[in-house]
Design a protein around this ligand. Structure first.
Ligand code: CTP
Ligand code: MG
Length: 210
């Protein structure tokens, strides 16, 4: 496998919890809205009924669970897949942890080993990136409502990339990922999101094709 193939694999392992977490509310969200049904000064809803408390926390939970599961699967495969696999099944993002600000702070307090455990780091990175993703999703809805775009209608780029950008920003203090990752993540996230929405549209899950 080429270096590029390996890098793509490493980045995907890192962002999968964020992707799954972000997708979870569409299927299992609902209930009371985060804005409590309140309106902004412009007479429009602060966020709208599409942003619910259940959806928000469910996403974070899914992010944590996928993060732990991936770390567990990959740690278990290590040693099973001896020989010469064409792709190195690894948690590459772990290597960035030791150069992070959180690592420096926790080293100072002598507790950096806690996060160094792959399962803990997997759960924390999955949870924090999804927390950022859901925050980005809310910021997106806030901007949409202020621009007069109703709940559920598309705002191109904001809908597809808002969660990614804030998710990646939130996790940066723990995993200082290389900025070059965005050259892969931005187009792939955009296209995946559009494909998922088209699928949702044709299967009747959502009413806007993008
Ligand atoms: N969802 C939720 N809680 C969240 C985010 C999403 O319950 N915090 C659910 C809602 O049922 C929402 C669906 O997931 O309708 C799709 O999410 P999204 O596309 O982000 O919301 P929209 O309904 O399109 O609303 P908006 O225009 O505000 O983005
Ligand atoms: Mg939407």
């Amino acid at each position: 496998m080429t270096d590029l193939g390996q890098s793509i694999f490493d980045i995907l392992i890192f962002v999968l919890p964020l992707y799954f977490g972000n997708a979870a509310p569409t299927i299992l969200g609902g209930g009371p809205p985060i804005d409590g049904g309140r309106y902004w000064k412009d007479g429009k809803r602060i966020l709208g009924d599409g942003k619910t408390i259940r959806g928000f926390w469910l996403a974070v939970l899914v992010g944590i669970l996928i993060g732990i599961s991936l770390a567990w699967i990959i740690s278990s495969l290590d040693g099973v897949l001896f020989g010469n696999p064409s792709i190195d099944i690894r948690l590459e993002y772990q290597e960035y942890y030791t150069s992070s600000i959180v690592y420096s702070l926790t080293s100072f307090l002598n507790i950096s080993d806690v996060l160094a455990n792959p399962l803990v780091l997997g759960g924390v990175t999955g949870g924090i990136s999804t927390l950022g993703g859901m925050t980005g999703d809310m910021v997106g809805s806030f901007i949409k409502r202020r621009s007069g775009i109703p709940r559920g209608k598309t705002f191109i780029f904001l809908d597809q990339l808002g969660f990614l950008i804030l998710g990646m920003l939130f996790i940066y203090p723990i995993i200082p990922w290389p900025p070059l990752w965005l050259a892969f993540l931005v187009p792939i996230t955009f296209l995946t999101h559009i494909a998922a929405n088209l699928f949702g549209y044709f299967t009747g899950i959502q009413d806007d094709p993008l």
